[in-house]
Design a protein around this ligand. Structure first.
Ligand code: ADP
Ligand code: MG
Length: 465
């Protein structure tokens, strides 16, 4: 069977995190549980109402554009996209057609065609009798749309791009971008050998982006091999059958009768202070990854893990600063290990967020410091971490009276034996008082934190082995 070359382009929508909706004062609250409370004549499309642009939303899209290296339009405008659907009270969506806020840019080696701003629709539901219900709380919520060029060649690459964009949206704090909640929606356009293009919609997780894209590549290949004709259509994902299915044939842009929104004048973006916005961009994931790798001597994989979430990256850096000047490379790796395996494990099992755990960066740093100073063993550290996680007590208090014992003490004893060969030799020749000298040396290493009787017993044992 011949292999066909997939061509993939993405259209990604993200609901913006703003206080109010795109063109009115209704509250933008995705968590609102009561239907139709955040509505007003403007977002309900009553006649005679005038939309007013939400500056925060425009600024958010400009910031995304800057973050992906796009060009911010000097002059931009809104357009009406006309169609009928019960979740669209006005009978048209205010969107941007030929003068998007952002053009160009690049992410994960994929060219970005444009990023524009529009408004979201309401949501449809169905009651137990099969009646359709509509909730307009979401109608008019600012929605960003990013369109890529068809530069993607595989399902994995499509997921990589979408995840990378999600990270940027979160770092910029412009969207929660949770796919499961519909805050970020990925539409995948696929064709093989530049043939008929099919669009996949209603995908609500990264996993489905990957499964549905891979399925579609296989389906189209089979169809071509059987000599069947493909249709330009929109397909959805059937989770039970793990297959895509046809939803409708594709409409063309001219069918929407786009025209400039008469109630909103075209506007210049310079009043938003583009250069100020650029200067105020936070450190973005890729830059942070590079810096972590070089500044803390971490591997790419370790740095990648830390920058996955801004909160995790910030946690790591606060903990490092708590270790202070004591932090050598092995200390940093030790901290990384406790954060990435032990603490992450506890967070996962208990469903706790890194920003909410009682194991604050300071407490984790204290735990690691106790290990570095050999005041506790790694076995004790694991138990202490669980206690800190449950109670929020400081590891330094939980390390008991601070006595160095067990493995920690033995490692100091071994060091003292290696460092004082003369005293060891004397002791072995029968000069029993030499042991006092060695006890003193070990005690110095523990900063006086060992119990003398235990120390003596362990030392005698080591010396006689
Ligand atoms: P349409 O006019 O059908 O909406 P566009 O050219 O506007 O198509 O592109 C919409 C999306 O489809 C973009 O993400 C783009 O990258 C992607 N796309 C364009 N051509 C192809 C193709 N031949 N195969 C796959 N995706 C494509
Ligand atoms: Mg759109």
């Amino acid at each position: 069977m011949p292999e066909y070359k997939p061509t993939i382009g993405l259209e990604i929508h993200a609901e913006l995190k703003t206080r109010t909706k795109m063109f009115c004062d209704s509250i933008n609250d995705p968590e609102e549980k009561h239907a139709n409370v955040n509505v007003c004549p403007i977002c309900m499309g009553h006649p005679g109402c005038l939309p007013v642009m939400n500056r925060q939303a425009i600024e958010s899209v400009i910031r995304v554009g800057l973050a992906v290296g796009g060009n911010i339009a000097k002059l931009t405008k809104f357009d009406r996209k006309n169609y009928f659907y019960p979740d669209l009270p006005k009978g048209y969506q205010i969107s941007q057609y030929d003068m998007p806020l952002v053009e160009g840019g690049m992410l994960e080696g994929v060219r970005i065609r444009r990023v524009h701003l529009e408004e979201d629709t309401g949501t449809l539901g169905h009651d137990s009798e099969g009646k359709s219900l509509v909730d307009f709380n979401r109608a008019g919520v600012p929605l960003m749309e990013l369109v890529t060029e068809p530069d993607i060649q595989s399902a994995e690459q499509a997921v990589k791009f979408a995840k990378s964009l999600q990270r940027i949206l979160r770092y910029l704090d412009v969207s929660n971008a949770n796919m499961e909640k519909g805050e970020m929606r990925v539409e995948v356009n696929i064709s093989l050998n530049m043939g008929t293009k099919v669009e996949l919609k209603n995908i609500n997780s990264f996993r489905v982006v990957e499964l549905a894209t891979a399925y579609e590549i296989a389906r189209q290949s089979d169809a071509i091999n059987r000599g069947e004709e493909l249709h330009q259509e929109t397909r959805g994902w059937d989770e039970n059958k793990k297959a895509t299915f046809s939803q409708r044939l594709k409409e063309n842009a001219h069918e929407y009768r786009y025209f400039p929104e008469p109630d909103l004048p075209a506007f210049e973006t310079k009043e938003f202070g583009i250069e100020r916005l650029r200067a105020e961009l936070p450190e973005l994931p890729d830059a942070k990854k590079e810096r972590f790798a070089s500044e803390y001597n971490l591997s790419k994989t370790q740095a990648d893990f830390l920058v996955e979430e801004k909160s995790l990256a910030n946690y790591f850096e606060s903990a490092i600063s708590e270790l202070k000047d004591k932090a050598s490379d092995p200390d940093i790796i030790l901290l990384y290990n406790y954060l990435s395996s032990d603490l992450q494990g506890l967070l996962k099992v208990n469903g706790v967020d890194i920003g909410e755990t009682k194991v604050t960066p300071e407490r984790l740093a204290h735990l690691v410091a106790l290990l570095i100073e050999k005041k506790i063993t790694s076995r004790q550290a694991k138990d202490i971490l669980i206690k800190v996680f449950d109670t929020g007590e400081d590891p330094e208090d939980l390390a008991g009276d601070g006595a160095v014992e067990g493995e920690g003490l033995i490692s100091f004893i071994k060091e003292a034996i290696i460092e004082n060969p003369k005293a060891v030799e004397d002791y072995r020749k029968g000069k029993l008082t030499s042991i006092q000298f060695l006890v003193g040396k070990v005690m110095q290493k523990t900063k006086g934190a060992a119990r003398p009787d235990e120390l003596k017993v362990l030392l005698e044992k080591e010396l006689s082995s």
